[in-house]
Write a protein of this length. Structure first.
Length: 314
């Protein structure tokens, strides 16, 4: 090929440079611009309060005194916390509340969901009836149960008197029964949510499994323990973890019905945080309690997840 017939290739220097502000970069920038308000809100309302509370847990701060009154005191808040009898009372009540409400609530919800799923008469009615308390206002629920628990005029004690019990409990006003009264309301109010979740899990179990079990002569109890329970394991795990976390964060019922009383018999950790932070204005001490509560929830949730994951593999 002659030199005159060769095609001249453009040199690298003559190629057009790729613009930095091209269309993909413009689209990516526009996307981040639209997402920026969400991330800013997360930083301001989520990340900053968490970090600030961690800082405050090592400080002494009277909320009324403003930011200028913040004083770093190291681990004194945590030392005081483990010498506080009210903290131990709140921790004991919280653990009692969790140990009783979580398993009882889940077992009741599982039994009721299986019965409702068995196509009983008025199935839709039962779903709505159990779910209404969960979506109702805590103030309304507290007012209703406060009337039911009335020591002399309440329907519960009136019924007990007719049964021959001459000295029925004072319920919310009794140090021995105040926490039990709260637990009964909590179990009842959460049943609707747990039943709906269990029903969703039951609908995902193929009917062919039960038909095959019937052909093999398996009883209803055998089908429940060999088919229903194992296949509901992911649903049960989800409900267990979420219910555990909720049980450690109980506050509204106690604040409305008992105020932690009588004689701190129904106080819990979240209510102690509220008392110290917004009644006694000891924000540093309240932050220390909140971080201890955070660690407890994290450890309990992790242990529950590991135990259920281990049992699922066996």
């Amino acid at each position: 090929m002659n030199n005159s017939e060769r095609v001249a290739l453009p040199s690298t220097a003559s190629r057009p440079k790729k613009a930095f502000w091209n269309q993909p970069r413009k689209e990516a920038f526009a996307g981040w611009l639209f997402l920026s308000p969400v991330y800013i809100c997360i930083l301001i309302l989520g990340v900053f309060p968490v970090l600030f509370s961690l800082f405050l847990s090592f400080c002494q701060w009277n909320l009324v005194g403003g930011l200028s009154s913040i004083k770093v005191i190291g681990l004194d808040n945590f030392k005081l916390l483990f010498e506080d009898d009210k903290f131990y009372m709140a921790l004991k009540n919280n653990l009692t509340y969790t140990v009783i409400t979580v398993p009882i609530g889940l077992v009741l919800a599982l039994i009721l969901s299986v019965l409702i799923h068995a196509r009983v008469f008025g199935q839709s009615y039962f779903k709505i009836a159990f779910f209404i308390p969960y979506i109702s206002s805590i103030t309304a629920l507290g007012a209703i149960w406060s009337a039911l628990y009335h020591p002399s005029l309440g329907p519960i004690n009136q019924f007990l008197l007719r049964l021959g019990i001459t000295n029925p409990p004072k319920w919310l006003a009794d140090t021995h029964y105040s926490l039990t009264s709260i637990m009964i309301i909590a179990i009842w109010a959460a049943l609707g949510y747990q039943i709906i979740i269990f029903l969703a899990g039951l609908t995902n179990i193929p009917d062919e499994l039960y038909e095959a079990a019937n052909m093999d002569g398996a009883s209803s109890f055998q089908q429940f323990f060999r088919i229903t329970l194992p296949l509901l394991a992911p649903t049960t795990s989800f409900l267990t973890i979420t219910t555990l976390m909720s049980s450690f964060k109980v506050f509204d019922l106690i604040a409305f019905l008992t105020g932690g009383g009588p004689n701190d018999s129904s106080t819990v950790l979240v209510y102690r945080i509220y008392e110290e932070g917004f009644q006694n204005f000891r924000m540093g001490y309240a932050s220390a309690i909140s971080w201890v509560l955070f660690l407890i929830i994290g450890v309990v949730t992790l242990l529950t997840y590991r135990l259920q994951k281990h049992s699922a593999y066996e």
